[in-house]
Design a binder for this molecule. Structure first.
Ligand code: GDP
Length: 362
């Protein structure tokens, strides 16, 4: 799926860069272009991508400090600059535009939904978001921000591919220390997903096409991606259980949104040397995904890759009603209610001006 990436905010910029690097290292050519957008000048300086600084008149390059309402405002004011930067980058070859953002912060959280809306207005192309959920031990503000951002993004974008920051963190490791590892894991999964419709070697009937990805993501608003790989035997006949076991692992331990299996559509891509991919294994694995997720239809295909390993890439779409997403939304609602009650208990600082004769200046 030939895509143009827009990394919004700090996490979004780093992840868009990791994705573009993975795509170019693997010579896939699925990432056509990538830019970074931020209100914090210092964060853009660290990126190798072309960049757009937004909100200069409002925050003077200093960022929005985790205030996602301000993130929304600055993006609304400067969306035209971002659209201008996409001129000539989004071309007839572009099959999708992918916004990348951490949903718990300020610029990405508040800005990505604005851009999704603007991009849908201007381009006749699917607009997807790759959104990062804050880890459980990140503060209440992150949960509140992510809840609001996810709600709006789900409405404005064609689909939101969710990554839980707790998904690939080794136990005991802090979120910050684990970022690099997490970003690599995301880049590999999403990078392979974007590339899987681009297969050039072996153009057999079973090779997956980009349209399968697009059709899978049409089934709902929230999606997740899972991945696992294992060493393969040279002959397909010896790899029946390898295909089924990597598929199970992709869904259960290799997914970007752990424990979300209640999906309305799924896609299973099996990557490896064509002669090593067991058809019987693929058939069994698809049946297993069908039963496990309750999907009526599991799309799929092969991704021919010159590798000694076999890998399964599983996209689950329509996860909005899954327990996992509902749990996150409950966490965000609780954090929002707590923040509001603290606000209500605080003495109203404007009281001192009540019944006062002094007029406001503005
Ligand atoms: P912004 O710059 O205002 O958009 O804010 P951030 O992008 O820093 O968003 C904060 C959220 O993103 C928090 O939930 C962080 O845990 C997460 N985050 C920040 N940097 C990274 C990163 O490099 N990788 C991942 N996976 N998450 C990150």
């Amino acid at each position: 799926m030939k895509s143009v990436l827009i990394g919004v905010g700090q996490a979004g910029g780093k992840l868009a860069e990791a994705l573009a690097d993975f795509d170019s290292r693997s010579s896939f050519g699925a990432v056509l272009d990538a830019i970074a957008v931020n209100s914090a000048e210092a964060d853009l300086r660290d990126r190798s991508l072309d960049s757009v600084l937004v909100g200069q008149s409002r925050v003077n390059g200093h960022g929005v400090g985790g205030d996602n309402e301000l993130g929304t405002e600055v993006m609304q004011a400067d969306a035209d600059e971002v659209l201008g930067a996409l001129d000539g980058r989004v071309t007839a070859r572009t099959e999708a535009i992918v916004l990348v953002a951490g949903l718990g912060g300020g610029t990405g959280s508040g800005g990505a939904p604005v851009l999704a809306k603007e991009l849908k207005r201007v381009y006749d192309r699917p607009v997807y978001a790759l959104g990062v959920l804050p880890g459980r031990d990140e503060g209440a503000m992150y949960q509140v921000n992510a809840g609001r951002s996810l709600k709006t993004l789900s409405r404005e974008a064609d689909a939101v591919l969710l990554v839980d920051n707790d998904a690939w963190r080794s136990t005991g490791e802090s979120v910050a220390a684990g970022y690099e590892e997490i970003n690599e894991a995301i880049a590999r999964r999403v990078g392979l997903l974007l590339a899987s419709g681009e297969a050039v070697e072996g153009v057999g009937e079973s090779v997956v096409d980009s349209s399968e990805i697009l059709k899978t993501l049409e089934n709902g608003t929230i999606a997740a991606v899972g991945y696992a790989s294992a060493a393969a035997a040279p002959e397909a006949g010896e790899n029946v259980s390898t295909v089924t076991s990597v598929t199970r692992q992709a869904v259960h331990t290799g997914t970007s949104l752990p424990d979300a299996v209640d999906a309305s559509a799924a896609l299973l891509v099996v990557a490896g040397r064509p002669e090593a991919i067991s058809r019987k294994g693929v058939e069994r694995a698809r049946k297993w995904v069908e039963t496990e997720t309750g999907c009526m239809r599991v799309r799929g295909g092969d991704f021919p890759l010159d590798s000694d390993r076999l890998a399964a890439l599983v996209v689950l779409a329509g996860l909005e009603n899954s327990d996992r997403v509902q749990q996150f939304l409950d966490r965000a609602r609780e954090a929002t209610a707590e923040a509001e009650s603290v606000e209500a208990e605080r003495p109203d600082s404007t009281d001192v001006w009540q019944n006062d004769e002094i007029d406001d200046l503005l």
